[in-house]
Design a protein around this ligand. Structure first.
Ligand code: SF4
Ligand code: SF4
Length: 110
């Protein structure tokens, strides 16, 4: 019978395998995203859930959140936060694109 120690080891090994795989995928994804001085981040408002991840990773204070009324009265949330890019402060580093869980941020030409 499998012991709990064996299970814990297998679980840890599997977690490590997944972490390595995700890190590699993230690196590949980043390589495919255009960035740099000639680009600026752009938020697609209806994909943004106001989770604040992008503002945490942005070292240049180029993102701020604002409140917006929810479109559906079925949801008992009167307003939701949305992210907005401050164009002049954005350096095109792409970190926010990688951090966004809903793929709401893309890089566009300046
Ligand atoms: S691309 Fe970089 S500097 Fe621009 S908003 Fe995203 S994290 Fe901030
Ligand atoms: S990380 Fe994405 S979903 Fe979250 S606040 Fe920023 S743009 Fe919106």
């Amino acid at each position: 019978m499998t012991s709990s120690e064996d299970l814990a080891k297998r679980r840890a090994a599997e977690a490590e395998r997944i972490a390595i795989s995700l890190a590699r995928q993230k690196g590949e994804k980043r390589a495919m995203i255009k960035g740099g001085e000639g680009t600026v981040a752009w938020v697609t408002e209806n994909l943004c859930i106001g989770c604040d991840q992008c503002t945490i990773v942005c070292d240049d204070d180029a993102i701020e959140l604002y409140f917006k009324d929810m479109a559906s009265p079925l949801l008992e949330v009167p307003s939701n936060r949305k992210a907005k890019i401050i164009r002049d402060a954005c350096t095109g580093c792409r970190l926010c694109v990688l951090a966004c869980p809903t793929d709401a941020i893309t890089m566009i030409d300046r």
